[in-house]
Structure formats: C-alpha cells, structure tokens
Write a protein that binds this ligand. Structure first.
Ligand code: SF4
Length: 330
C-alpha cells in the first residue's frame, strides 16, 4: 500500500560540497571532491534512497548532511530554516541521527547495551532521574524488539542483527525526526536483512520518521524508498520516484545499474539486456572534464568532454543530468 507522505519538506540540501585535501608530496596537496554540489529535498515521512557504486560519495554525503564532517560548501535547511549557527547545529543534532553500516564496529565493546543506548540521553541531558533514564532505555529496547533483560549484557554477546537493533535503538534515543541510514543491512546475513528492513518501515510508521537510506543493493532500495537519487563521482545524475526510475531510467549510468537488477517478470526479463560498463570508476582526485561519466558512457559524444551537464526536470519530479536529453521530447 502506498505510504502517505506529508507534503512539507523536512530536509533540504543545496549545492552541498565536501572536499578533502590529500597530500601529494612535500607541502603539496590535491582536492578530493567526494561530494561535488549535490541538491535535493526530503519530505516529511518520506524515504529517499541514495545509490551508487562504492566510492561515489554517498556515505560522505550522509555524514556531511549531519555535520559529522563540516561541509566545504553549500547549505542545509531543516524544517525550512538554514543551519548556520552552533545553536542551529545543536538543534539539528537533537532531531537527526545516523544508523551506521557496521554494527560490529560502531558499538563500544566495553559498555553495556543499556549504557550504549543511554549515552545520547546522557549527552543531551534528556532525563531527570536515574529511574527515568532506565525507563527510557527499556522503552527503546522494546521498540526495536530487544528484551530489556539484556540491558546489562555486552555487544559481543549478540548476533549481528541484534547489534544493529541496538544501533537503531541508540539512534532513536534523541527522538529524532530524520535518520540517515548508511548501508544499515549490508553487513548482515541475507536472512536477517528483511527483518531489519521491516523494522525500519514499522518504526517509520509508528514514529513518523523521515529517512535518507544509503545503499548499493538496488532491490532493497527499491523496496524501502519513495524516491531514489543516483550518485556518480560526487554528483547526483538522476532523481525520480522509485517506480519511475526503475521503469524508465533516463541517465545512461542509471540504465546500466538498472539493467543489472533481476526482473520479477519473466517476459520483461527476456527483453531487457544487461548493459555492462567498461573501465573503472575514475579517481575522485582526477575527475574527467565535462560529464564525469563520459569515460564509461556508451552514448558519449563530442559535447560530453567539454560541458558539465546539470540536473534538469525532464518529466514532473524526474530530474536528470545528461546532454542527450536536452533537446529530446521526453
Ligand atoms: Fe553520457 Fe554525455 Fe549524457 Fe554524460 S552527458 S551521460 S557522457 S551522453
């Protein structure tokens, strides 16, 4: 059943850039453009999927949005207000959280599960008495399907799926409106992935959460996302509603990604041909001139090496950055 999405925009990203200086010799460095001017909006209650090959900048984008890295440029708006001052950042951090990819590495092995979940409550002073703290920890554990009797145990005593539940409970401690989920199931067994994905959906419904869901598994992203943004070498090359993107990909890179996804319908599966890209993804230290995808694009032409294409709305809500589409009648 289609999810009801509130119309208001919760988070807006405008021209976000995240560059890193990489030393290349004595007193010399080069700019690594991990995220290079991305823009999008996420509506309240919506899940925006962010996909692309590893190294395309999607994890860095998630971290920059949450200010875990100070962005090199661009603006982030939360509930219509630009995040500018320290007070704005603190307010945003009280309303936003991140679920990390690796539930093994992200939990402190020396802390009990109760203290791991309770730490954000301590940091943000979200209780008055010890009893209140304990009650909130138990509520959070129950929300993610963990028994509160396990609060005194340590992370190594749990399975991967249970550890990710702990990570999710911790992210919910500040009662956030917005969560960046960074490949939250890719380190888990396939048999556990569906349980965790279902839990994300249940929590969204129950707590009215908004997600930026970063992943490389397109079937998972298709299942959970209302819209999807495709990234390549630090830029967004296409954004559309999920089914529109899967049924009608317009950017040559998205076409190749989609051609690798198995079709549930045998008739369309027979018709669709796999588009295999040649060559490797160029280094973000050495991004090609013009269109960053041109060195691997099967449809590249003269203009692609000269001009950078920008995202344009080709059909309502479907944005693409490709010179081929500029004069077409889509
Ligand atoms: Fe390919 Fe050119 Fe379009 Fe880039 S702009 S995706 S190189 S056709």
């Amino acid at each position: 059943m289609a999810k009801k999405i509130e119309k208001d925009v919760l988070v807006e990203i405008k021209d976000l850039k995240q560059y890193f200086d990489i030393p290349t010799g004595f007193l010399k460095s080069r700019k690594l453009k991990a995220v290079d001017g991305i823009s999008f909006k996420i509506k309240k209650g919506e899940t925006l999927g962010l996909v692309g090959e590893s190294g395309c900048g999607k994890t860095t984008a998630g971290r920059s949005i949450l200010n875990l890295y100070k962005p090199t440029g661009g603006d982030i708006y939360f509930e219509g207000k630009k995040i500018e001052t320290k007070v704005d950042i603190e307010h945003f951090r009280m309303n936003a959280a991140m679920v990390f990819q690796d539930p093994y590495a992200s939990l402190n092995p020396r802390m009990t599960i109760g203290d791991i979940i309770g730490e954000p409550l301590d940091v943000h002073h979200l209780y008055k008495t010890k009893e209140e703290r304990q009650q909130r920890i138990e509520e959070l554990m129950e929300l993610v399907g963990l028994s509160h009797e396990h609060a005194t145990r340590y992370a190594h005593e749990f399975s991967g799926g249970q550890r990710q539940r702990v990570g999710i409970a911790r992210s919910l401690a500040v009662d956030p409106k917005f969560i960046v989920c960074d490949e939250p199931v890719s380190a888990l067994d396939v048999s556990i992935q569906a349980q965790i994905i279902n839990m994300f959906e249940d929590l969204q419904e129950k707590l009215n959460l908004t997600y930026l869901f970063i992943a490389h598994d397109l079937l998972i992203v298709r299942h959970i996302s209302d819209r999807i943004a495709v990234m390549y070498l630090g830029k967004i090359v296409e954004i559309a509603d999920t089914e529109d993107l899967f049924n009608n990909p317009l950017h040559p890179y998205t076409e190749s990604l989609m051609s690798a996804v198995p079709s549930p319908d045998p008739k369309t599966a027979r018709k669709s041909k796999r588009i295999v890209l040649t060559g490797d993804v160029p280094s973000p230290l050495n991004i090609p001139s013009g269109c960053p995808f041109r060195t691997r694009c099967p449809k590249a032409f003269d203009r692609c090496s000269k001009d950078i294409p920008y995202l344009k709305e080709e059909t309502p809500g479907h944005f693409v950055s490709c010179h081929l589409l500029e004069n077409s009648n889509i």
